[in-house]
Design a protein around this ligand. Structure first.
Ligand code: PLP
Length: 438
């Protein structure tokens, strides 16, 4: 019997995930966790190895779980692994229903690692055309230097993937909902098309899927349950939850853990133990509480914006007139099976033409930056405070104005990330700001 099993006197599967997200795996070989109510902060860059023999054994075992399994770790050096990151990784894998998680310094650290272990020179990535700005920058500014080609297509129509897959394709990469316009991609359909394509290819040439689940968090969507190979997260956002720490994670099958650990060790995007501790202690255990509250507010705000005369259209997965509502309802569900359309809203203000709509958007956001108590003009999301931003000039400024359209971004699009304020207060501030447009 494994040490973990022996120590675990609870059958946590009898409890709801709302409760389990607070207790995590409860028993861990990573630390004497069973006697600390809150995990201790570990802050040690290096670890005493006792003897050369134990040191050698530690190095032998690092990133070699195929041979040595997951026995009690021999910690060596922070960049290889240490208790706080390891504890967080166990719990992230647990809530996302993956076999393992490896954390990184930031979301971009996680994304570049997930892609980095899958592709090499000559390979091709197929990506949905609407993505987080820095991911576009990674794919467009760096990968061509390594002779890795990126093909952008519209995955909201999953059938587009069928003709796009080639012998060179190694990865299909997407976000759902996508940043910033909340495009929804039918995850099961994408997985099915890839698996049909893979059935005639050998183990070496399997196409892998990577989904950035940052906008949903595992509270709203667990793509691994639909067959996605890797989920990546920016822990900086909803999972971290308080806007105090940066972080990232890759979650997936156990067989990829070693190579991810090697990648992290050598490229060096290591999550700080103090950030790991904060996300483990404050972020994850409050994820259900915060997200449920933010979704309630987001629904009410989306309904308010949806009928406002100054607004051209609203994208929110929870609006029944949203074009992706039916797909969202199928795949965005919380731990108890309730529809959970997320905490972000995207909308466009009216205007005679895109330039006028952009002008109105700027006026509106500048007014909020100056006058609103409940909202901050700031990038990021999943914060205690409501954040509003203009993707075309901020998070997605990597996209030149003439290319915004083909990336599904509107010149005047506004992204609103709901916080924990009283929802009527947010609506009051939005209402004041929208009056200046009418
Ligand atoms: C913020 C964000 C990232 C990058 O995360 P960092 O922690 O800032 O590196 C990646 N994907 C999405 C969807 C994001 O919103």
């Amino acid at each position: 019997m494994s040490e973990e099993k022996k120590n675990n006197k609870f059958d946590e599967t009898k409890y709801s995930m709302d409760t389990r997200i607070i207790y995590g795996k409860n028993i861990s070989t990573k630390w004497d966790y069973s006697h600390h109510v809150t995990a201790p902060i570990s802050s040690s860059t290096t670890f005493r190895l006792d003897s050369v023999e134990r040191g050698a054994h530690g190095f032998e075992r690092f990133a070699n779980t195929k041979v040595f399994g997951e026995e009690t770790p021999i910690f060596i050096y922070d960049r290889l692994g240490e208790p706080n990151k390891d504890l967080l990784e166990e719990n992230l894998a647990y809530v996302e229903n993956g076999e393992m998680a490896v954390t990184f310094a930031t979301g971009m650290g996680a994304i570049s690692a997930a892609l980095g272990i899958c592709v090499g020179a000559g390979d091709e990535i197929i990506a949905h055309h609407t993505l987080y700005g820095c991911t576009i920058s990674l794919l467009n500014n760096w990968y061509p230097r390594y002779n890795i080609n990126v093909k952008y297509i519209d995955l909201t129509n999953a059938d587009n993937l069928i003709g796009a897959l080639t012998d060179k394709t190694k990865v299909v990469y997407f976000e759902s909902p996508a940043n910033p316009n909340l495009d929804i991609i039918d995850i099961k359909k994408i997985v099915k098309i890839i698996s049909d394509f893979n059935s005639s290819r050998d183990e070496e040439h399997q196409v892998l899927s990577i989904l950035d689940n940052t906008f949903s968090t595992p509270f709203c969507q667990r793509p691994i349950e639909f067959g996605v190979d890797f989920v990546v997260h920016s822990l900086t956002k909803g999972i971290g939850g308080f806007g105090t720490d940066m972080g990232g994670a890759v979650i997936g099958k156990r067989k990829y853990k070693d190579i991810l650990l090697l990648y992290r060790k050598d490229f060096g995007a290591v999550l700080s133990p103090k950030s790991a501790w904060a996300i483990l202690t404050y972020g994850l255990p409050t994820l259900s509480l915060r997200t449920r509250n933010q979704i309630q507010s987001a629904k009410k705000i989306a309904n308010y914006l949806n009928v406002h005369p100054a607004i051209e259209f609203v994208n929110y997965p929870g609006l029944s007139n949203y074009k992706y509502y039916e797909v969202a309802k199928k795949q965005m569900v919380d731990f108890n099976g309730e529809f959970s359309p997320g905490t972000l809203i995207y909308f466009v203000l009216k205007g005679k033409n895109p330039a006028a709509s952009k002008e109105n958007g700027s006026k509106f956001m500048d007014y909020i930056a100056d006058k609103a108590y409940t909202m901050n003009l700031a990038v990021s999301l999943g914060h205690t405070r409501t954040l509003i931003e203009h993707p075309a000039s901020m998070t997605h400024s990597v996209v030149p104005p003439e290319k915004l359209n083909e990336r599904g971004i509107d010149a005047g699009g506004v992204r609103l990330a709901i916080g924990l304020e009283n929802v009527d207060d947010i609506i009051k501030d939005l209402d004041e700001a929208l009056k200046i447009i009418l």
